[in-house]
Design a protein around this ligand. Structure first.
Ligand code: BV8
Ligand code: ZN
Length: 261
């Protein structure tokens, strides 16, 4: 039995919500062994600041250095698997959709572990490092090679390929930002999981959900700038807390059908 105490009101909210939004950050992938964004500057990369490497200026100045950093992260992530936190989020999506209600997963993560865990309603706010985009012809391709075949990678047209992620100073894709605001304004339950809530616009999503009257649950091992706004704060690793949340909300019953309440 899990030793995580899930507030009964939160469990009830999860079991009856008509429109659920989940926002995730690197903390959800930490238990899969994926370094969080700030950890990505450890070890031999300690002398580089990820906030400076993840910019168009850094890539334009030194495409080889930036490509090497992403190649290192791709190789580190290639052997990582979804953890029980990812799996619980995928199961929550299935249960909410099966009862005829709405579910949207907004992720800041670029590792695609949510997809590997079976999540389908995923909005990748910051793109993914498993896509490459040509800076010359703008062709975007999925590329799962680890290590990359060449550093920096090159498109068939000869152009340099950059990672298919959103860098600091770049706008999020229109379709991602539109989908995010539509889901947040509609939701009646907002779960923010494993994010330090410092990178905008994602860091502002809890505020918008709150302004629209949605209750907020924060799952994080530590405090964040939005903790004071949360109706519930679960201070535990998401890989333990999220399975406990589902057990409490659904009493580990088989997925319920609408009207079977
Ligand atoms: C934009 C992809 C228009 C690349 C990333 C408004 C105010 C102030 C600044 C701005 C603003 N609007 C825009 C900005 C500028 C900037 C910004 O927000 N800067 C910050 C630093 C102040 N934003 C942008 O540039 C965005 N673009 O808004 O366009 C514009 C442009 C310019 C100027 C104005 C407007 C684009 C931002 C996207 C950047 N790309 N990733 C790559 O990955 O290489 S961001 C990257 O860092 C991640 O995607 C993530 O979103 C972010 C934070 O990473 P981490 O800290 O590692 O992860 P996380 O935050 O999730 O922290 C880990 C958390 O998990 C911690 O809280 C920890 O306690 C917890 N945890 C750890 N283990 C566990 C756990 N929790 C639970 N269980 C565990 N086991
Ligand atoms: Zn090209």
């Amino acid at each position: 039995m899990s030793q995580i105490e899930i507030p009964a009101a939160l469990a009830k909210s999860v079991s009856i919500a008509r429109s659920v939004v989940v926002l995730t950050g690197a903390g959800v992938s930490a238990e899969s062994g994926v370094p969080t964004f700030r950890d990505a500057g450890q070890g031999l990369w300690a002398k580089y600041d990820p906030m400076r490497l993840a910019t168009p200026e850094a890539f334009n100045a030194d495409p080889e250095l930036v490509s090497r950093w992403y190649d290192m992260r791709r190789q580190a992530i290639a052997s990582c698997r979804p953890n029980p936190g990812h799996q619980a989020i995928a199961e929550l999506e299935e249960r909410v959709l099966q009862r005829g209600d709405r579910f949207t997963l907004l992720t800041q993560n670029v590792d695609r572990l949510h997809h590997s865990a079976g999540s389908r309603r995923v909005v990748e706010l910051h793109g993914t490092l498993w896509k490459l985009r040509c800076v010359q012809c703008h062709a975007e391709t999925e590329d799962w090679s680890a290590p990359l075949r060449t550093i920096p990678p090159r498109c068939e047209c000869g152009g340099l390929q950059r990672p298919g992620v959103v860098w600091f100073g770049e706008s999020l894709p229109d379709e991602a930002i539109d989908a995010a605001y539509e889901a947040i304004e509609d939701c009646d339950l907002f779960l923010t999981i494993g994010t330090s809530a410092v990178v905008y616009p994602a860091a502002g999503f809890s505020q918008i959900a709150h302004a629209h009257g949605a209750p907020i649950a924060e799952f994080n091992v530590g405090e964040t700038p939005i903790s004071s706004m949360a109706d519930w704060s679960i201070r535990a690793p998401s890989g333990v807390a999220l399975p406990a949340l589902l057990a409490a909300a659904f009493n580990s019953r088989a997925p319920r059908r609408r009207g079977a309440r």
